[in-house]
Design a binder for this molecule. Structure first.
Ligand SMILES: *Cc1c(COP(=O)(O)O)cnc(C)c1O
Length: 342
């Protein structure tokens, strides 16, 4: 059976053209800085975002965790939305690696405002943690793929500058945002001190994430990557997939967004669906009506050939991606419209 796998946009497999680019990669030992394909990827990404330097890492968790570590000292505090990936899904790494505290804000669909951040910055005092870093996530995974526009980010950038806080972007899915807003990576790069981007999400590369920032920031990040065990040798085979993805798989993300919208529209008409969060990019988060449960519905869908994940007892997530065709979506919509016995 061919699965309609909507668990995540990480489930994609390299296309034949991507594999060809990987096979053709020139490689060397990247711990010595001698892998030409890794260097080419890092240079390309840094230029794309108008930032000084980039660092290729095995995962988005690692690029985020390195950023937190380089921006903070023990006893510092990180400010972010309660639904942030860095808080929810990185095993509490901010405490483990950085010995930092965290100030969680209740945003709207994963988005926080300059006003909320300003109110959360702690005064300089002996018995308070030192507010040091703000982290935004764009698009917001647990926010249902919602996104900030540059206009919404501008006051946050300005506040961080005024108050001497660093600003990091968890841009695992930043390209999903940019194809919707018609903004450029360069314009995003001008508003953050550091950015993480994932190559293995919607862009379809098998592995990899990039951390972007200033030259001194990336120099320190390279040391932290090494101590975390993330120094890779002939990583150029993976970097070549990433470079191919950046050059070929950005514009097509709009297709994923259309597919997500179609799923959202159909879901909102189903008797067992209670609420569908506004579909803005490639993520559809919806709640199911009691007595139905997320696990029960996921089991039923799995028996019909659709895979999804639970985000809570009543909450399910679909993510569209490169390996989901128009036909699969048509098929999925037909399955979802079938009557579901409890
Ligand atoms: C996937 C993801 C990451 C990083 O995940 P890895 O699986 O470690 O690559 C970071 N932030 C967000 C918002 C993500 O969705």
């Amino acid at each position: 059976m061919e699965w309609i796998n909507l668990m995540s946009d990480t489930v994609t497999k390299p296309t034949p053209s991507m594999l060809k680019a990987m096979f053709a990669a020139e490689v060397g030992d990247d711990v010595f800085g001698e892998d030409q394909s890794v260097n080419a990827l890092q240079d390309y990404a840094a230029q794309l975002f108008g930032m000084q330097a980039a660092l290729f890492c095995p995962s988005g968790t690692m690029t985020n965790q390195i950023a937190l570590k380089v921006h903070t000292q023990p006893l510092d505090e990180i400010i972010c939305d309660v639904n942030s990936h860095i808080y929810q899904y990185e095993v509490g790494g901010f405490a483990f690696h950085s010995q930092a505290s965290i100030q969680l804000l209740q945003g709207t669909n994963g988005k926080i405002t300059a006003g909320q951040i300003a109110a959360a910055i702690k005064p300089d005092h002996d018995w308070l943690a030192h507010s040091k870093l703000v982290v935004l996530e764009n698009s917001c995974n647990k926010g249902g793929g919602s996104y900030y526009t540059l206009q919404e980010i501008d006051p946050i950038t300005q506040l961080c500058k005024e108050r001497g806080l660093a600003l990091h972007l968890d841009g695992a899915r930043i390209f999903n945002v940019l194809v919707e807003t018609d903004e450029t990576p360069w314009a995003v790069g001008q508003r953050f001190d550091s950015i993480s981007i994932c190559l293995s999400k919607g862009l379809g590369a098998p592995v990899g994430s990039l951390l972007l920032g200033s030259q001194p920031f990336i120099k320190q990040a390279r040391r932290v990557r090494k101590v975390m065990g993330g120094g890779m040798r002939q990583a150029g085979y993976l970097a070549a997939a990433g470079l191919f993805a950046l050059k070929n798989h950005i514009n097509r993300l709009k297709e994923d967004h259309l597919h997500a919208r179609l799923l959202g529209e159909t879901l909102s008409e189903l008797p067992w669906v209670e609420h569908v969060a506004p579909v803005k990019t490639n993520i559809v988060i919806f709640s199911v009506r009691s007595p139905w449960t997320a696990q029960g519905c996921i089991e039923w869908m799995k028996n019909q050939g659709i895979k999804a994940v639970a985000m809570g007892p009543q909450l399910i997530r679909f993510v569209t991606h490169l390996d989901i065709s128009q036909n699969m979506i048509r098929h999925a919509l037909n399955i979802l419209r079938k009557p579901m016995a409890i």
